[in-house]
Write a protein that binds this ligand. Structure first.
Ligand SMILES: [Zn+2]
Length: 90
C-alpha cells in the first residue's frame, strides 16, 4: 500500500511520518525497519525546508543525519559502522 504524502510549507511533497520514534524523543519515524535483518529506521524532525533526516539504530538509539531520505542506501552500503558508532565497536 502506498504511503500517505503531504505537501509541506515549502511546497515539497513528503511522506507522512508513522509517528514518534519510540527510542529517540523529538524524532518521527518515516521508515521502520527495526525488525529487518539489518535493523534500522529512517527518522525525521522539523518540517518543510527545515526537515532533517537521519538513520537510527534500534539497538543503540544512535542516529546519524543524512542529506536526503534516499541517502540511506549509500550509507547502509558501507556497513553499520558507517552510521552507528556503537555497532562499529561491537
Ligand atoms: Zn548500533
Amino acid at each position: 500500500m502506498p504511503r500517505e504524502t503531504r505537501i509541506e510549507s515549502d511546497g515539497v511533497r513528503r511522506i507522512v511520518p508513522l509517528g514518534p520514534c519510540p527510542w529517540l524523543p523529538g524524532w518521527e519515524m518515516v521508515y521502520d525497519h527495526a525488525a529487518a535483518r539489518d535493523p534500522h529506521a529512517m527518522i525525521r524532525k522539523g518540517e518543510g525546508a527545515a526537515t532533517v533526516y537521519a538513520i537510527t539504530c534500534p539497538h543503540h538509539a544512535t542516529h546519524t543525519v543524512v542529506p536526503t531520505l534516499n541517502a540511506e542506501r549509500d550509507v547502509r552500503r558501507q556497513g553499520r559502522g558507517a552510521w552507528c558508532a556503537d555497532c562499529a565497536t561491537t
